[in-house]
Design a protein. Structure first.
Length: 642
């Protein structure tokens, strides 16, 4: 069977999976769209109903107010003639002392006028109606008649979306109960107190609501269409990537089996276990969480979570749990020891979040087995110690080698000086040039040897760590740079800096090198301006029984020539220069010494820069005591000692 024939079944399956995923994804998006449409329409209906109820309750409140006062007297007009149905009411018509005629408006009469005016002004039409009407304007229409029958059967409300005069509207009616004020006009109809005499209805045009509903549906449809398209693209890229990956492997059927096995392995052997702990008891755990502790999924659910912790660590874990449940200062992520079912101790990384489970507080825990990582970390630490020892030996070798090189170099310089002093007139022009070159080369080599010695002395001749106020260190460095400051007309602005545990001489050298670089690499015609400031950050590294580790960040910013960021890794290497010796003097060791000093103090140094926009050197130093500082040398060297 050739490769094409072997790939054909796989291709069919891949494309079948592809269309299956597309179909499933499409159904999901359609279901989401239908759900959104339903919720939008339901929300619109509720908004319309609430708006209609506002108008309806306003009408009922107005009628109740008028009824509580037995009606109101108003001037007799063509729009408001005396009500013939109140002819049996004493004092229906009265005259004021000035001779103005007034007539009594009963609550229903008054409310009808308000409803008519409201319909003309706002389009919201109210209506008082009854099945036993004796005025044509109170006669119910077909919808109101059905609603009144519903209300008389005991319903408290009737509402419906209907079409009126070719436009959609929402209609709602509530019953109008017979009270004392009603019997003045309707007592002859046989009503008694508490009877449903009729109803008050409101017809609310809903075209604006439907337009807003339509716009919202369109917006949701477009959003889901974009989401569907992105999902299709993701599925397409994923399936295509899988197909290409397995085609490159050769045998399609075998590779498909390998892929399925790998997928199953990833799912079943996930590095992250998830569990929910409530009242100290494990209420839920996934398969991986059970495997980490050596249990089956059925076994681990229901046991006390402290059973997964070694006895000597349980007080620590219990204290963290109590603080978290009380929403106190408890770490959300930390490493701790775990106890497997078989009694073995492991290391796990835990991340806990306070959640609600079955309506009560619980802890959602993510567990990662980091036993191997801890072992690798310990091995890396041992390797680092070995590397540290090797570096110390190399530094000691550099000191010895530099001393041995300095002696013959000193003779070369001495004899060249004698040659220049005694035989200079005897040399021709070319001989004088050779002599000058030899002296410059010897001087440059001596500078490089001195710089190499300074680099090695960072660790071999460092002072023991004490409290060092960095502001004082900067001031000492500026005193040493006084001549260069005057020469460049430079300005150094120093904010209040923190106090750290460190080597005072090396802190002076650190700032002297950095500020000296900023003064040296300034832009032509522009005096250098240098800012030195600091801030504190809080690290979130946490270990059982330990504390979080704060650090100080020191910034040295200048307005100099800057450098291209792609050279960031080079500038801290020994003897690395980004500019020629004719442009800027120096050995290329200043920043290498800075990095060595910072690393000795348990910190790190980096920089941000752009050509022509200045540079910012960023030093991170621990705020607390450094446990592994190399401050045990017996001799003390000054920061500029050669």
């Amino acid at each position: 069977m050739n490769e094409l024939e072997r790939l054909e079944p796989f291709s069919k399956r891949v494309y079948r999976y592809f269309w299956t995923f597309i179909a499933a994804w499409t159904l999901i998006v359609i279901a989401l769209l239908l759900q959104d449409i339903y919720e939008i329409k339901d929300k619109t209906t509720e908004m319309v109903r609430k708006e209609a109820l506002v108008h309806l309750n306003k009408d009922l409140a107005t009628r109740l107010w008028a009824a509580s006062h037995g009606g109101v007297y108003v001037p007799v007009t063509g729009k408001t003639p005396p009500n013939p149905f109140l002819s049996n009411v004493p004092d229906r018509d009265i005259k004021t002392p000035s001779g103005k005629s007034l007539t009594l408006m009963n609550p229903a009469y008054m409310l009808r006028q308000l409803m008519d005016d409201g319909a003309d002004l706002y389009g919201v039409r109210g209506h008082i109606t009854s099945l036993k009407f004796f005025r044509e304007e109170t006669a119910p229409d077909d919808w109101e008649r059905d609603a009144l029958i519903t209300l008389e059967s005991g319903a408290r409300e009737a509402s419906e979306l209907v079409t009126m005069n070719g436009a959609p509207c929402f209609r709602i009616m509530r019953p109008l109960m017979t009270d004392e004020s009603c019997l003045k006009c309707h007592g002859h109809q046989g009503y008694r107190l508490g009877d449903v005499r009729g109803g008050v209805s409101v017809s609310l045009p809903i075209m604006p609501y439907l337009a807003a509903q339509r716009n919202e549906i369109v917006a949701h449809s477009v959003s889901l269409a974009v989401l569907w398209l992105l999902g299709v693209m993701f599925i397409g890229f994923s399936v295509r990537g899988l197909s290409i990956h397995l085609r490159e492997r050769g045998k399609a059927e075998d590779l498909l089996a390998v892929s399925e096995k790998r997928y199953s392995t990833v799912v079943e052997n996930s590095l992250t276990g998830i569990c929910i702990i409530q009242d100290g008891v494990i209420k839920f755990a996934n398969t991986r969480a059970a495997e980490i502790y050596g249990y089956s999924k059925e076994e681990i659910i229901g046991i006390d979570s402290l059973a997964l912790v070694p006895p000597e660590d349980r007080d620590f874990i219990k204290d963290i749990r109590e603080k978290r449940m009380q929403r106190g200062d408890a770490p959300s992520e930390y490493e701790a020891r775990g106890l497997r079912k078989d009694g073995k101790t492991i290391w796990v990384q835990r991340r806990n979040t306070l959640v609600e489970f079955d309506g009560r507080p619980a802890v959602l825990g993510n567990v990662l087995d980091v036993t191997a990582l801890r072992r690798a970390r310990d091995e890396a630490k041992a390797y680092a110690e070995e590397l540290k020892r090797s570096n110390l030996e190399l530094e000691q070798f550099a000191v010895v080698a530099s001393h041995d090189l300095s002696e013959p170099l000193r003779k070369v310089r001495t004899f060249s000086d004698i040659l220049k002093e005694k035989y200079h007139p005897l040399l021709d022009h070319q001989g004088k040039d050779y002599l000058e070159r030899m002296q410059k080369a010897a001087t440059r080599m001596q500078s490089m040897i001195d710089a190499l010695l300074s680099l090695s002395r960072v660790t071999t001749k460092g002072q023991p760590f004490i409290h060092v106020h960095l502001t004082n260190s900067v001031q000492e460095a500026l005193s040493n740079l006084e001549m260069l400051l005057q020469k460049t007309s430079g300005q150094v602005i120093v904010e209040d800096l923190p106090t750290i545990e460190g080597d005072p001489s090396q802190m002076i050298q650190l700032f002297q090198n950095l500020i000296g670089n900023s003064l040296k690499f300034h832009r032509t015609g522009e005096p250098p301006v240098i800012y030195v400031r600091a801030e504190m950050i809080q690290s979130h590294d946490y270990v059982p029984g330990g504390n979080s580790l704060p650090s100080h960040i020191i910034y040295v910013e200048d307005n100099g020539i800057g450098f291209d960021g792609e050279y960031l890794d080079r500038i801290f290497l020994p003897f690395e220069r980004l500019h020629g010796r004719l442009e800027y003097e120096g050995t290329g060791m200043g920043l290498a010494i800075c990095r060595k000093i910072v690393e000795r103090h348990g910190g790190a140094i980096t920089a941000k820069s752009a050509v022509g926009k200045g540079s910012t050197f960023i030093i991170t130093l621990p705020a607390g005591k450094i446990p592994d500082q190399c401050a045990c040398a017996a001799t003390v060297g000054s920061p500029m000692e050669e």
